[in-house]
Design a protein around this ligand. Structure first.
Ligand code: SF4
Ligand code: SF4
Length: 467
């Protein structure tokens, strides 16, 4: 059985090979609260794609269709610059939280932690037993028990990975669309089928096998911790003053610190570190060692909190640190910018294009006069949160000059988020065409549903022969 050595990283052996960490189970205040947090987060992750706000999926990131919905607000490809505000606010939000509360994201909310700790490790425990039994199984020779337990475990891992991959996919293609695809044979949706298989494989690899290695060697957020944390940030810390010299270290006056060298804090650590060596980049602030040490302290009748949440310099949490305030200010500015941009953007997006073929042609009016005809198509999309009824008109001054607007469907009904090609023709007396072969008119588009409050004008150039 692999012995835990508090002086080195337990996820690597003396030859530098990976040692699969099997952390000991732990009970306590933080474990209980993390259990509830994980249940809530998992429920949100699975349920969110099935919820809708303003008729749109609550979170939808449909990249192929270039359609994004966030909490009832719809974004299209032309809104991509707004992503700058959203991604900036998320990044700075994480930096702000880290500067004050340390790696609380890693230990409590990161999908890597939530899925491994809240799902995969629980399956493992259910199939293979306690950490002691699992370590015996890991280090023991090949046996029938090892074979069937391992097979069952990996089968369940695969089922769960597939479920997670499907839920993840629902954020990108839409929950209803995904459910529809699942009722058809894979060959009808090859791309999505292959993507789900790849995601399932990736999740299985990461949550089932790679685990803490991702946090330790790959996670970019983990890499930048040293920049985001300072002495006043909250972290899981070991009270060296109180704990040292720990039991087993000979001291002249015979009075050791409170640490009884039980190694329990190391045994429960999912990244295999010894928090008594000080704050380390591998620590994901999961609080398991706090619960473990509190349990031991209670047993030896000493005050709990030898390992605890604390700032590195022992001061109180300070939200008013210049760095945190700067993050906060930048977040407020970005969210303000986003709110302004969303609230002032037009609730319909219009793009007018000329029809295919000749720029103009001649037609006869009912009275027999010859008129010039230009054909157009308008791509119109309802970006508002409610249905719209668009009407296209010409200002009266043009009608007086004999300009006639003919629209294929007028008014045009569009549900929120829907778009259409709207075909229309403009006929004008040739006499109106100026010497440069053009005549400018204005087109009005209004939403007949009053509460939507949409009314715009667009310039339109009618082409004809130059004189
Ligand atoms: S040192 Fe403690 S808080 Fe950090 S990862 Fe290990 S068990 Fe979790
Ligand atoms: S659990 Fe507490 S008492 Fe035990 S080794 Fe860790 S710090 Fe020392």
């Amino acid at each position: 059985m692999t012995q835990l050595d508090p002086g080195k990283l337990t996820s690597v052996d003396e030859y530098g090979d990976r040692v699969h960490i099997i952390p000991a189970e732990v009970k306590g205040f933080f474990r209980r609260h993390r259990n509830w947090t994980q249940i809530i987060l998992l429920t949100i992750f699975l349920a969110l794609p099935w919820t809708r706000i303003n008729g749109h999926q609550t979170i939808l990131l449909n990249i192929p269709e270039r359609e994004f919905a966030l909490f009832g607000v719809l974004f299209k490809a032309h809104d991509v610059p707004l992503l700058f505000f959203i991604l900036g606010a998320i990044t700075l939000g994480l930096a702000f939280v880290t500067s004050v509360w340390g790696r609380v994201w890693c230990g409590w909310a990161c999908p890597q932690t939530v899925f491994i700790d809240g799902v995969f490790r629980r399956i493992e425990q259910w199939v293979e037993g306690s950490y002691i039994k699992r370590r015996q199984l890991r280090d023991g020779p090949f046996s029938f028990e090892k074979l069937w337990k391992s097979s069952l475990k990996w089968f369940l891992f695969t089922v769960v990975s597939s479920l997670i991959a499907h839920s993840f996919m629902a954020y990108f293609v839409g929950a209803k669309e995904l459910a529809g695809m699942m009722t058809h044979v894979p060959s009808e949706n090859w791309t999505y089928f292959v993507l789900v298989v790849v995601f399932t494989g990736g999740i299985l690899f990461d949550f089932g096998w790679f685990r803490e290695q991702f946090c330790v060697i790959m996670c970019p957020y983990g890499r930048i911790q040293s920049v985001l944390l300072d002495q006043k940030s909250l972290a899981v810390v070991y009270d060296q003053k109180r704990g040292e010299p720990r039991r087993g270290i000979k001291v002249d006056n015979g009075s050791n610190g409170d640490c009884v060298s039980c190694n329990r804090c190391v045994q429960v650590c999912p990244t295999g570190i010894d928090i008594r060596n000080g704050l380390q980049m591998e620590c994901i602030a999961c609080t398991a060692c706090i619960d473990a040490c509190d349990e031991i302290m209670t047993k030896v009748k000493k005050p709990t909190g030898l390992i605890r949440y604390d700032t590195l310099d022992g001061s109180k949490i300070n939200l008013k640190k210049p760095r945190s305030l700067l993050y906060l200010l930048a977040i407020v500015l970005l969210l303000g910018g986003l709110t302004y941009a969303v609230s002032t953007r037009e609730t319909a997006h219009l793009a007018i294009m000329r029809g295919a073929g000749l720029p103009y042609s001649y037609v006869k009016s009912p009275s027999g006069a010859e008129l010039l005809l230009n054909q157009f198509r308008m791509h119109i999309q309802n970006q508002g949160s409610s249905p719209a009824r668009y009407q296209m008109t010409l200002p009266a001054e043009y009608a007086e000059k004999g300009v006639i607007l003919q629209v294929a469907e007028n008014p045009l009904n569009l549900n929120s988020g829907d778009s259409r090609e709207w075909y229309f023709f403009v006929r004008i007396p040739q006499a109106l065409i100026e010497s440069n072969g053009q005549f400018k008119i204005k087109l009005q588009i209004i939403d007949l549903i009053e509460k939507n409050n949409f009314s715009v004008e667009r310039d339109l150039i009618i082409l004809g022969p130059r004189s």
